[in-house]
Design a protein around this ligand. Structure first.
Ligand SMILES: C[S@@+](CC[C@H](N)C(=O)[O-])C[C@H]1O[C@@H](n2cnc3c(N)ncnc32)[C@H](O)[C@@H]1O
Length: 270
């Protein structure tokens, strides 16, 4: 780090930022000037660092992120690893993947990129009901030259092309799964993220379960025989996701723990 950068970091720390974040900002915006001051003030006001910087690493990608989309989370990187393992087991050379609630595009685009590295020509259908999120996901696809992706505006499966029935090799989803009341008690940083990306209605007596319920119940119609659904869920949802997948007629249903040992990722096959 240059002397000028070190000095700028020291000044930001004096102004109340922590050192690691001050370094990020100086690396991004340079050691002086209006942009750095504006960014530092946004961070001091409580805006997440990821939005202030405007991009963030996720698996192999550097994704643009802003207030239109959820900031991709480390536990979701684990979901991508699980999905890659499932596809490797199936040994498909041209899998068709659907990312439900794609947000920034994190899961689906990371899969396309990592599969491309392995010589697998996957195709992605990325779905979101937020046009804003779809616009950003498309930017991220262009940024990483991932052209085998289409972006569809739909509430879950409602407006998808019926020709896709029985054709999807892998459905991945990280839907909203936080209940209304839980949301009120969560970290203030979450208030900068779109509420529609985080909060889901309760269902079947389970907090925040309504979107997962739809996805799990309807996936079987869209999966190819042998296809797989990989879903992130709240750590309180284990019993509900296992029961819903079994009731939907999916088989080999299992629920995996994330890096901190919490039940978070359901895997089920048609
Ligand atoms: C938890 S975020 C996940 C974003 C991204 N997949 C990730 O993992 O970072 C949930 C996403 O689902 C979308 N969503 C919410 N309700 C939806 C619905 N009914 N149909 C389609 N997408 C929906 C939100 O707009 C948001 O982008």
């Amino acid at each position: 780090m240059t002397d000028a950068n070190a000095q700028a970091v020291t000044e930001l720390v004096r102004g109340g930022l922590n050192r690691r974040e001050a370094r990020w900002l100086v690396e991004e915006f340079g050691s002086h000037g209006h942009a750095l001051q504006v960014a530092a003030q946004r961070r001091r006001d409580g805006e997440p660092l990821q939005y202030v910087i405007g991009h963030w690493p996720f698996r192999s990608l550097d994704l643009e992120v802003d207030e239109r989309v959820l900031i991709p989370r480390p536990e979701t990187e684990e979901l991508v690893a699980v999905a890659i393992r499932e596809l490797a087991r199936a040994q498909l050379s041209e899998p068709l993947i659907m990312d439900l609630g794609c947000g920034s595009g994190a899961i689906g685009l990371a899969l396309l990129d990592e599969l491309r590295e392995r010589g697998v020509a996957a195709t992605l259908v990325a779905v979101d009901e937020s046009l804003d999120a779809l616009a950003l996901a498309q930017r991220n696809a262009r940024k990483h030259e991932l052209s085998r992706a289409t972006f569809v505006h739909s509430s879950w499966f409602d407006d998808l092309d019926l020709a896709l029935h029985d054709s999807i090799d892998l459905i991945v989803a990280n839907p909203p799964y936080v209940g209304d009341e839980e949301f009120a008690g969560l970290d203030a940083v979450l208030r900068y993220e779109p509420r529609s990306a985080i909060v889901a209605p309760d269902s079947l007596g389970v907090t925040g379960f309504a979107d997962l319920e739809i996805i799990i119940a309807q996936s079987i119609t869209w999966l190819k025989p042998g296809g797989v659904l990989v879903c992130e869920h709240a750590n309180t949802h284990r019993d509900a996701v296992l029961a819903a997948a079994t009731a939907a007629g999916l088989r080999d249903v299992k629920d995996l723990e994330d890096l901190s040992g919490q039940p978070r990722i359901m895997v089920a096959h048609r």
